[in-house]
Write a protein that binds this ligand. Structure first.
Ligand code: AMP
Length: 421
């Protein structure tokens, strides 16, 4: 069957249940939304439905309430911002599958918006039972079975509120939850992606399947083990692989360098060498840092010094890439036509070790201005882009960290499969 797309679907007179990602940061005291990026991201989809003459039932998770309703995780806190952006009233059901949701959904008129309370106030959303310590394997199995049944009922209740389903929450597309995946089966021929997920898929597919060359992947962050799958997949695609961040030191130590107290995964040294060999065999150029900004402690106020990356003084640890590395990496980036970036170059949360990550963000923005296609994903890299006010200078800033990595690794995301088939 041909997949339905939001653009060729007419919502006139229909109630659409839309999975959005309103997992936004809230002020700890006032519960005001402190960053509304994700809310703004959902607006094109919501507006298309409303402009067609349909109505919207919005559902999302917020935080990790683990099945326990709590004020600090209530989605009602997003209403003022959402209402302002939409220029209309937003109704609220304080229980996503209860009587209030049923009545409010049933009375929803074209052009109206109903927001449901946090779907994760029910364990059924994720479908994982909470088990006390020390239960037997048999009891565990029974609890899982029971939860599966309840999850089915929960999904059916959500589905019963609407006539069609739109998934626009990319950040949770790698989770097989009720609202992200299971619900799609209730709307055959009437399940589709929203504009945000469409854009995410388009950006990732461009990088994976139709990159212009030279193609450079920049991988940073703490651990090799988290990124190994992506790195291996990237070796099939890229011309250049830039490695930075904490994972640098596993590679440096594997090559016989001195790394002081730097982060290192001792059990991944062989793996690091294998990656380098594989890259060589495939003709991929690997760029590791040549110098580093070291700290004498893992602390925002640590003393700093610069050394060659493989000559970290005893008692010190490498916490950012150094000036020569910034120049080297920037040059490679600026000569690229496709750029994929995930993971910071250093402990960018500490101002003293943030320069490397910021410099990379700037180099990517410059390359983009010169015609490259750039895709940046992962909470930390995105934060660095935003901090440097460069979001509109990157071709695509992904809203999903884990989901993006899994898609690029080649895994099938349940939320995508549920709609694409
Ligand atoms: P990840 O979640 O794997 O992308 O890792 C992100 C984290 O890696 C950030 O919190 C950074 O502070 C941390 N990080 C980056 N570079 C280093 C480094 N050289 N040493 C220790 N941690 C680092």
């Amino acid at each position: 069957m041909h997949m339905v797309t939001i653009d060729n679907f007419n919502f006139k007179g229909l109630r659409a249940i839309v999975r959005v990602d309103f997992n936004v940061p809230l002020d700890k005291k006032t519960f005001e939304v402190t960053d509304d990026t994700r809310i703004r991201g959902a607006l094109p989809t919501i507006n298309k439905i409303l402009n067609d003459g349909g109505s919207c039932i919005l559902m999302s998770h917020l935080g990790r309430p683990d099945g326990v309703p709590q004020e600090k995780y209530s989605l009602k806190h997003v209403i003022p911002v959402l209402s302002k952006h939409l220029g209309r009233e937003v109704k609220f059901a304080d229980d996503c599958v209860g009587e209030s949701a049923r009545l409010l959904a049933a009375s929803l008129k074209p052009g109206e918006v109903l927001l449901l309370e946090n779907v994760r106030f029910y364990l059924e959303e994720e479908g994982k039972p909470k088990l006390p310590e020390g239960v037997s394997e048999e009891e565990k199995k029974a609890a899982k079975e029971e939860m599966k049944k309840r999850q089915k009922e929960f999904t059916a209740k959500l589905a019963s509120l609407a006539d069609c389903y739109v998934n626009d929450a990319f950040g949770t597309a790698h989770r097989a939850h009720a609202s992200t995946t299971l619900i799609a089966a209730h709307f055959p021929g009437k399940s589709m992606f929203g504009y945000l997920i469409e854009a995410e898929l388009k950006a990732m597919d461009k990088v994976l399947h139709a990159p212009d060359h030279p193609f450079t992947a920049i991988m940073g962050g703490a651990k090799v083990s988290d990124k190994i799958m992506v790195i291996e997949r990237m070796l099939e695609k890229v011309d250049n692989l830039i490695i930075g961040g904490g994972m640098t030191y596993t590679f440096i130590k594997a090559q016989g360098g001195k790394i002081g107290k730097s982060l290192c995964e001792e059990d991944k040294l062989d793996l690091a060498l294998q990656i380098l060999e594989k890259a060589k065999a495939k003709g991929v150029k690997v760029y590791l840092p040549v110098d580093a900004v070291n700290g004498d402690a893992f602390d925002a106020n640590a003393n700093t010094s610069v050394s060659k990356v493989n000559e970290t003084p005893d008692g010190w640890m490498g916490l950012d890439i150094g000036p020569e590395t910034i120049a080297l990496f920037s040059e490679v980036i600026k000569n690229s036509k496709t750029i994929l970036w995930n993971g910071p170059m250093g402990v960018f949360e500490f101002e003293k070790f943030a320069a490397g990550t910021s410099a990379i963000a700037k180099a990517i923005a410059e390359a983009t201005a010169a015609g490259a296609f750039s895709l940046v994903g992962g909470g930390d890299s995105v934060a660095a882009v935003n901090k440097n006010k460069l979001a509109d200078k990157i071709s695509y800033v992904s809203t999903g960290g884990g989901a993006m990595l899994e898609y690029i690794e080649g895994k099938e995301l349940p939320g995508i499969k549920a709609i694409r088939g």
